[in-house]
Design a protein. Structure first.
Length: 282
């Protein structure tokens, strides 16, 4: 049996001396040194013969370098400023386009803590004494809001449609009330806001918890639950028994753009008939 042989480490071979390469290197080095020496000598002679001209040339060279650097900096700043102005102009054009009223529609605005919203103009329906909003254009992206911003948006809608003493009270210990207000006819409205995904419907338990406090604790004349989603059948049944107004996502959009009634219009004792007449005539 033969014993395994251990591989030998590679031998570092020393590079063979190349006379030709070495000679060429020293020749090139000598040429470079000669050129540098001649250049230095020419500069020294020129400075000795014409010192003023050399000083002027040096100053012009430094000034040219500084000017070139500043020009590059100014060009970059100008490009950034132009881009910022372009963005600002686009944003301003988009905002003006969003606030542009349609032909024949009012362009009144209500400025609240939640931003500027087009306000509704009101007219009285003859023979019914109902005050209903004229058609207006409001754009609210409910999908992009947080639950707190949704409460503020609902409060802004109440304020826009003539409610007074509008207050957002949602939070810990609110006992089911998120928005409190007085309707245009003086009734106290208590609103609970449910910012749910379309796949998460408001159930009967949500309505029962709200129904246990809206009338007895908050002394509501009108109780409404507003959601971005929908309601289950048991929840709607319980709300009808207790007199709670249910505003789902579709009804919320109709309330927002003025094509549907406000929550206090459909509450018991509200003036739904006047609204229906106005809607039929529009």
């Amino acid at each position: 049996m033969t014993a395994p042989t251990r591989p030998l480490p590679p031998v570092n071979r020393r590079r063979r001396f190349d006379l030709r390469s070495t000679a060429l290197f020293f020749v090139f080095l000598a040429v470079v040194l000669c050129v540098l020496g001649l250049s230095a000598r020419m500069v020294a002679d020129a400075v000795e013969r014409r010192p003023a001209w050399m000083f002027v040339l040096a100053v012009l060279g430094v000034a040219g370098c500084v000017g070139l650097r500043r020009r590059i900096h100014v060009a970059r700043a100008a490009r950034r400023a132009a881009a910022a102005l372009d963005r600002a102009a686009r944003e301003a054009a988009d905002e003006l386009d969003a606030l542009q009223p349609r032909p024949g529609r009012p362009a009144v605005e209500v400025v609240t803590d939640h931003g500027a919203l087009p306000a509704a103009e009101f007219e009285t329906v003859a023979g019914h004494g109902a005050t209903v909003p004229v058609e207006f254009e409001t754009v609210i992206d409910y999908d992009g809001l947080t639950p707190e911003e949704f409460e503020e948006a609902v409060a802004a809608l109440c304020e826009r449609d003539g409610c007074s003493a509008v207050e957002v009270v949602g939070g810990a210990g609110d006992l089911g009330a998120d928005v409190l207000a007085l309707t245009p006819d003086g009734r106290r409205i208590v609103i609970q806001c449910k910012y749910y995904d379309v796949s998460h419907r408001v159930g009967s338990q949500d309505l029962q918890r709200f129904g246990g406090t809206c009338f007895t604790v908050h002394e509501a004349d009108v109780a409404a639950l507003v959601t971005t989603s929908d309601f289950t059948a048991p929840a709607l049944e319980y709300a009808e028994q207790c007199g709670i107004v249910c505003v789902d996502g579709e009804a919320l959009r109709a309330w927002t753009d003025g094509t549907g009634p406000r929550p206090w219009d459909t509450a018991p004792g509200g003036r739904t008939a006047g609204w229906d007449l106005a809607g039929a005539g529009s």
